[in-house]
Design a protein around this ligand. Structure first.
Ligand code: NAD
Ligand code: ZN
Length: 358
């Protein structure tokens, strides 16, 4: 059986596309008291970008703290706060920021129409009711959250996405101007999430022609950008924004692999963020992706990026075992990497050794 995938609804793409944001909400503001909920990365508090948001009187704006990756309790508290203040759901929830803020928007929009805590819905197809309209505007590129079927949340028990037909945003705005202020090396780390998505989509048992075609073009764009000697040009910003979009799509028709499984273990125990965490893990994965890991190191060298070393030196052997436990729960990723008999190859010892090298 093939899944009948739900894709993102509309894509507004081009330099300064942000100026057209109001056109998106205009048809939604039909009832008296309609309002839009804007969630912005806290980086933009006091930034000129705020003046470019087409706010109407009743609209709400919240600046999201992204020190930690998105949490179910923050989602739940925000929905409760908005409902008690406004008495009804917004006509669109807009996430302007990176993977963190876009995931917040994608999760918050679902929790206006589905009862209880968002942690109840971490998993596949657990959301039963359509959410309110959702718009995402990436301001840093690489995660593919702008196009994916997932919103990744850390709950009381696990870091796991809410995934299903109701999760993709209704509207994406891709404006390459928005990513030029991202500082180094954050720009590189998040972009490498995209590079790694492609490597993983292209290598494994769940590879399809659809996923590989999207992934190959996205990989090619990443190579053009990060082997060029100057990754921070307006043209490269545009390429990266498109690469992130295509890379996110490629995963719909394939699967992430070893790096993401191991990186989820790392993140769950240490809280190390997804972009940098993936880089730390990928740098140890010669056995799985030998040519790509070499190329990744070349990109680091050209772009003068250093990775922290010994990140787990202060963690106990129990902590390492917990990371291994989490990595091993991601059975679908391992089946993609090593086939149905993966358990005979992906042993606890192998994973433990990899963590110890980080
Ligand atoms: P992020 O959203 O956490 O942002 C990283 C940093 O960049 C933050 O400090 C932020 O303030 C800053 N920033 C963002 N835009 C900026 C700009 N224009 N100028 C200056 N600074 C800016 O990082 P990310 O790597 O985009 O997202 C990581 C999150 O995405 C993780 O929580 C991860 O789990 C999630 N993720 C989700 C998916 C998905 O499919 N939903 C896929 C991969 C990762
Ligand atoms: Zn990723």
């Amino acid at each position: 059986m093939f899944r009948n995938y739900k894709a993102v609804g509309r894509v507004l793409y081009g330099r300064n596309a942000l100026a057209q944001l109001d056109d998106i909400f205009e048809p939604l503001r039909v009832d008296a008291g309609s309002y839009v909920l804007f969630l912005l990365d806290e980086y933009f508090e006091g930034n000129e970008l705020v003046d470019r948001i087409p706010m109407k009187d009743a609209d709400m704006i919240r600046f999201m703290d992204v020190t930690d990756e998105p949490k179910t309790k923050v989602v739940d508290a925000l929905v409760e706060e908005v409902m008690s203040e406004m008495g009804k759901p917004p006509v669109s929830v807009v996430g302007i920021g990176g993977g963190s803020v876009m995931d917040y928007a994608k999760a918050v929009r679902l929790m206006f129409t589905n009862p209880g805590s968002s942690s109840r819905y971490q998993g596949l197809d657990l959301i039963k009711n359509k959410g309110v309209h959702c718009t995402v505007v990436p301001t840093i590129s690489g995660t593919g959250a702008e196009v994916s079927m997932t919103t990744v949340l850390t709950g009381p028990e696990k870091k796991l996405g809410i995934k299903g037909d109701y999760t993709p945003a209704d509207q994406v705005v891709l404006d390459p101007d928005l990513i030029k202020s991202v500082p180094d090396p954050q720009h590189f780390y998040t972009a490498m999430d995209c590079y790694i998505h492609n490597v993983e989509a292209l290598n494994g048992n769940r590879r399809t022609v659809m996923g590989a075609s999207l992934g190959r073009e996205s990989l090619h764009l990443c190579q053009e950008i990060f082997l060029s000697g100057n990754s921070r040009t307006p043209e490269n910003d545009e390429k990266l924004m498109v690469a992130s979009y295509l890379g996110g799509l490629s995963l719909t028709y394939s699967e992430v692999g070893a790096c993401h499984a191991i990186s989820y273990g790392l993140a769950t125990v240490t809280g190390i963020h997804h972009g940098i965490g993936n880089c730390i893990v990928f740098n140890q994965l010669d056995e799985f992706y030998p040519d790509e890991v070499k190329e990744f190191r070349k990109m680091m060298e050209i772009n003068k990026v250093d990775l922290p070393k010994g990140v787990l030196k202060d963690y106990s052997s129990d902590d390492i075992e917990k990371m291994v436990d989490v990595a091993l729960t991601l059975t679908f990723m391992w089946a993609h990497v090593a086939g149905p008999e993966w358990e005979s190859v992906i042993t606890r010892e192998k994973l433990r050794d990899l963590y110890m090298k980080m």
